[in-house]
Design a protein around this ligand. Structure first.
Ligand code: HEM
Length: 331
């Protein structure tokens, strides 16, 4: 009888221990993201982000594009944890990787963060700021808007090597693009939809110059690009040009619309990764449909895919921290 009692006490203690472990261990403390996470803790949070964004973009509308891109680059490396914002004293953080050297708008994130810290100190994460800013940037330049899920925490690690391993180069083919998206829980459709962000912004000539001058190392051009477009681009970009910027959607690069699909369908996508959307039946039919219907579903699709992208590898609950400054981990 006494042994049975001892066993049940031990068993109860074991259960309590396991429960405690589950509660305390960040790996198990997963709380999911939700729309309106700051409703009680910082009711003005989203309005503050929007105000700063509208003020900023009315003066500098070309910052919208790099701010949309920043959320993508954050999410694809270590998940959406604000790691793209961290500075390293030895230049070995994500932002030091070559594909991130042309990211712009870090000062806007800092501006949003200080406005939020004034209103509710230590409450809103930098990772959430990136997600909200991407939405407001899109909406402010006449693109769609969507409800952003919040509740992310900020990570404490940022590595240039991981950025190198996880960010996609403009030369990526369709197999690589699909694999990279699927590894992160994103579908082939998400790839076709999110690539539509290339309807805004600019690119450096070096991101596509091989297609114009040296496609296979023999001084040739990319046969998958419209020859007339190549001629036009060659006027802007000379071989070895490292500085010139080209509009991704010529003549209309500041407005978020569905033009991207018309361009890709006409073999005028700027990167091989854009042209690659014609190499898979599903992405091709999405491109063709949006091009033929004036982007009938693109705006709605974009919101849905951005929400999905915003869920990649998030830290929630007790994991991570709320940084005081977006460029530094807390002491
Ligand atoms: C699918 C794979 C992708 C590849 C390979 C890729 C690659 C690139 C490259 C090479 C540039 C030009 C950088 C420069 O030379 O300055 C660029 C620009 C841009 N990307 Fe992507 N991208 C991809 C997907 C995305 C996604 C998913 C988004 C957002 C949802 C996005 C948003 C943008 C924007 C807005 C710009 C213009 C930035 C500016 O004006 O500074 N891209 N991308």
């Amino acid at each position: 009888m006494a042994t049975r009692k001892l066993f049940s006490v031990l068993f109860l203690q074991l259960i309590m221990f396991v429960v405690l472990l589950l509660v305390l261990n960040p790996a198990y403390a997963h709380e999911s993201l939700k729309v309106g996470f700051y409703e009680k803790s910082c009711p003005e949070a989203e309005a503050i982000v929007k105000k700063v964004m509208v003020e900023t973009l009315s003066k500098a509308p070309t910052l919208a594009a790099p701010l949309i891109r920043m959320h993508f680059h954050d999410c694809f490396v270590r998940g959406c944890d604000g790691s793209v914002l961290l500075r390293s004293s030895t230049n070995q953080a994500e932002k030091d990787f070559v594909s991130n050297l042309n990211l712009r708008g870090f000062q806007i994130i800092d501006r949003v963060k200080s406005a939020l810290e004034k209103a509710c100190p230590g409450v809103v994460s930098c990772a959430d700021i990136l997600a909200l800013v991407a939405r407001d940037a899109t909406a402010t330049i006449k693109g769609p808007s969507w409800e952003v899920e919040t509740g992310r925490k900020d990570g404490r690690v940022s590595s240039e090597i991981e950025a190198h391993e996880n960010l996609l180069p403009p030369t990526a083919n369709i197999t690589r693009l699909i694999r990279s998206f699927q590894e992160r829980g994103l579908s082939i459709k998400d790839l076709a939809v999110l690539s539509g962000a290339h309807t805004v912004g600019t690119s450096h000539c070096y991101s596509f110059n091989d297609r114009l001058y040296n496609f296979t190392g023999k001084g040739d051009t990319d046969p998958n690009m419209d020859p007339n477009y190549i001629k036009r681009l060659k006027k802007k970009c000379k071989p070895g040009d490292n500085t010139t910027l080209v509009e991704m959607n010529p003549g209309n690069f500041k407005t978020f619309d569905e033009d991207y699909y018309t361009l890709v369908a006409k073999r005028r996508g700027l990167f091989q990764s854009d042209a690659a959307l014609l190499d898979n039946a599903e992405t091709k039919s999405y491109v063709k449909l949006q091009a033929a219907t004036g982007g009938s579903t693109f705006f709605d699709d974009f919101g849905v895919s951005m929400v999905k992208m915003g869920r990649i590898g998030v830290l929630t609950g007790k994991a991570g921290e709320i940084r005081k400054q977006c460029s530094k981990v807390n002491k």
